[in-house]
Design a protein around this ligand. Structure first.
Ligand SMILES: Nc1ncnc2c1ncn2[C@@H]1O[C@H](COP(=O)(O)OP(=O)(O)O)[C@@H](O)[C@H]1O
Ligand SMILES: Cc1ncc(COP(=O)(O)OP(=O)(O)O)c(N)n1
Length: 259
């Protein structure tokens, strides 16, 4: 069985973070593992509180995973502090981790900051360069390029700007636009649009976590990068269309719609 690791924060209601990632791994029939960066008290209504682990405890978790069950792919989500990013980078290099997908989580849909301002530089200059693909949403892309994005042309321009300091693939997710959910994929200067109508479902908690985990699962299964992203887009679209309705806010996805 192929193995995939998530390095992420938690969601006790299971919609986002490591819990959503593990469900996604299961739905792809890969063996899922998790290194926890932060305990996050959150639900479908928002984030109440965050408790980060220490760099030392992160290292212990890395040792447990990498010296026992080596992952075929790694997805990285919420890492809020620069010290934790430094430690993750050190450990990924130490263990020669491969197929690294970075979802540069910055703010939850409910509006809570999940990345400290002081961590942005480490994210850009240390963690992102280790990845084969990054998956920012529109607000995250705006932070990465330092200007607003209002159209598909702006998305292409932003990808070009990011390519000046990052040579891996870029998936800019279009889920924050109102009418369409078209994602822009750039691999080796080739531009692809993954098009989708805007699905009328208010329950979108954890879409970004789920999409990046699906990409990592597909990479572990041996698909090339483009195919991995295309398959992941189909998976997230199905999970949204399955119309689960749980919780009192923006609810979680139906991760097992395909089983
Ligand atoms: N209402 C929607 N209809 C169809 N696809 C959506 C919708 N909302 C999000 N998506 C898709 O879900 C994925 C995650 O996108 P997005 O919500 O922008 O990321 P994040 O959760 O990181 O903010 C993307 O593929 C996006 O196009
Ligand atoms: C622990 C944790 N990680 C990431 C997020 C953000 O999830 P995402 O899939 O980007 O989108 P929303 O859940 O904010 O809709 C999170 N909330 N918690």
């Amino acid at each position: 069985m192929k193995t995939v690791l998530t390095i992420a924060g938690t969601d006790p209601t299971g919609g986002a973070g490591a819990q959503a990632d593990l469900k996604t791994f299961m739905a792809h029939k890969v063996y899922g593992m998790s290194i926890i960066t932060s305990l996050v008290a959150q639900n479908t209504l928002g984030v109440k509180d965050i408790m980060d682990v220490t760099p030392y405890f992160l290292e212990e978790q890395f040792q447990c995973v990498f010296e026992d069950i080596y992952p075929d792919a790694v997805k990285i989500g919420m890492v809020s502090q620069p010290e934790l990013i430094h430690k993750i980078v050190e450990q990924l290099k130490k263990y020669h981790a491969k197929n690294i997908v970075v979802d540069p989580v910055m703010v939850s849909t409910s509006g809570s900051r999940l990345l400290a301002d002081s961590a942005l530089e480490a994210l850009k200059s240390e963690l992102i360069p280790l990845s084969c693909i990054i998956t920012p949403n529109i607000p995250e892309t705006e932070v990465l390029v330092n200007h607003t994005i209002q159209s598909k042309e702006d998305m292409i321009q932003a990808a070009k700007e990011i390519q000046q300091w990052y040579q891996g693939a870029i998936l800019i997710k279009g889920g924050h636009f109102e009418k369409r959910a078209d994602d822009l994929l750039v691999i080796n200067n080739e531009v692809y649009w993954l098009e989708c109508e805007h699905i009328d479902n208010p329950n979108t908690h954890g879409t970004g976590c789920t999409l990046s985990s699906a990409i990592a699962s597909n990479l572990a299964l041996g698909y090339d990068l483009k195919t991995s992203v295309e398959k992941a887009k189909k998976y997230i679209t199905g999970a949204l269309k399955a119309n689960l309705n749980l919780g009192h806010g923006s609810g979680p996805l139906n991760h097992c719609w395909n089983l």
